[in-house]
Structures are given as structure tokens and as C-alpha cells.
Design a protein around this ligand. Structure first.
Ligand SMILES: O=C(O)c1ccccc1N[C@@H]1O[C@H](COP(=O)(O)O)[C@@H](O)[C@H]1O
Length: 180
């Protein structure tokens, strides 16, 4: 199971995610996010991910938000269907048109809000390739995996504590729930 964790803000968080065998980390460059990091910090975090061997994604709502750091990351994660020269995680809550090109398809209604909503029925067609996100946590992820059998899952709020910081105990419990 592919398991991505989003909203990394420190080297320590990245190293811990790598030690737990998360598949990919995300660094958020959307200015309105509480997980926003500046360009220089994003470059540092991308370097740390490379050192640990974990894959990395620069996350923004638009290509404009990630384009200045894209070359430092393995992927960009964007919510608009633009063609770029970078390997792309296309994030959407609508079924993608056939002409949209991406390396990974991410279903995400939440965009880092932690809100869970039932997944739309069109995702069933993509179950072998899709990554599911939106309000996942250690209490619901195993049920979602059993129900949809997706390629992967992605989490952010569900592994944070009340202050909005990544919680190492929740990170560990989450990934354990994806292994069965
Ligand atoms: O995490 C953010 O702040 C964010 C901002 C802008 C676009 C996407 C963002 N995060 C992505 O949303 C999913 C789901 O988040 P959550 O688990 O419901 O909090 C997350 O995994 C990121 O890929």
C-alpha cells in the first residue's frame, strides 16, 4: 500500500516518516495553509527527503504555487489540470477528463481541512491506481482500505495534534492501520 503523509515542516518529521516506511512526504506551498512553508524551507525539506530516500511532493492548489521549487521534488501535487514538465500528482474531487495526464491520481475533497466525506462512486473505476485522501485517520483508514481497495492513501490532519503539529504517535498508529 502506498501511504503519503502531507504537510511536513521539519527534517525531524521527514526522517521519522521515512523510518516508518511512509511512501512519500508532501510539503505545502499554498499560502493559505497552516502547513505553508516558504520556498527556501521547501528546498531544505526536499533535500532532507532525498537524503532519507523517501519520495517527495511539492503541494499547491495551482502550478504557480509550486513551480519555483518543482525541480527539487520528485513530484508536484496540484489541483488544476495543467500540463507541466514535472511528474504530477493530479488532485481532484471530480472524475478526470481522459486527456489529463498525470503519474498519480489523488481523490481529495478536503485539501488539508481534515473533513471526511463519503467518497464519490466514480473512484471505483480507478481503484487500482487512485490515492484516497480527506479526513483519514488511524480510526477510519483500515475501513476505507477494505471498502475501496485503493492503490494508496494520503493523510495530513489525522496525524496532527490539537496545536496542528504532526504527532509522532499518530503517525505510527496511522501507518500500522494500513498494514494488514
Ligand atoms: O495540507 C494542506 O494544508 C493542503 C493545502 C492545500 C492543498 C492540499 C493540502 N493538503 C492535502 O489534502 C489532503 C487531505 O488532508 P486531510 O488529511 O484531510 O487534512 C492531504 O493529505 C494533502 O495531500
Amino acid at each position: 500500500m502506498f501511504v503519503k503523509i502531507c504537510g511536513m515542516k521539519t527534517d525531524e518529521q521527514i526522517r521519522y516518516a521515512a523510518s516508518l516506511n511512509y511512501s512519500m512526504i508532501g510539503v505545502v506551498l499554498h499560502n493559505g495553509s497552516k502547513r505553508f512553508v516558504c520556498i527556501e524551507k521547501a528546498k531544505e525539506l526536499a533535500k532532507c527527503a532525498k537524503e532519507t530516500g523517501i519520495k517527495s511532493a511539492a503541494v499547491g492548489l495551482t502550478y504557480d504555487e509550486v513551480q519555483n521549487v518543482a525541480e527539487y521534488f520528485d513530484y508536484i501535487q496540484i489541483y488544476e489540470p495543467v500540463k507541466t514538465k514535472f511528474p504530477t500528482i493530479f488532485a481532484t474531487s471530480e472524475e478526470p477528463a481522459d486527456n489529463i495526464k498525470y503519474e498519480y491520481l489523488l481523490y481529495d475533497m478536503s485539501r488539508g481541512s481534515g473533513a471526511f466525506e463519503n467518497f464519490k462512486s466514480w473512484i471505483e473505476k480507478y481503484r487500482e491506481t487512485i490515492i484516497l485522501a480527506g479526513g483519514l485517520n488511524a480510526n477510519n483508514v483500515a475501513r476505507i482500505i477494505r471498502r475501496y481497495r485503493p492503490f494508496g492513501v494520503d493523510v495530513s490532519s489525522g496525524v496532527e495534534d490539537k496545536t496542528g503539529e504532526k504527532n509522532f504517535d499518530k503517525m505510527r498508529k496511522f501507518i500500522l492501520q494500513t498494514m494488514f
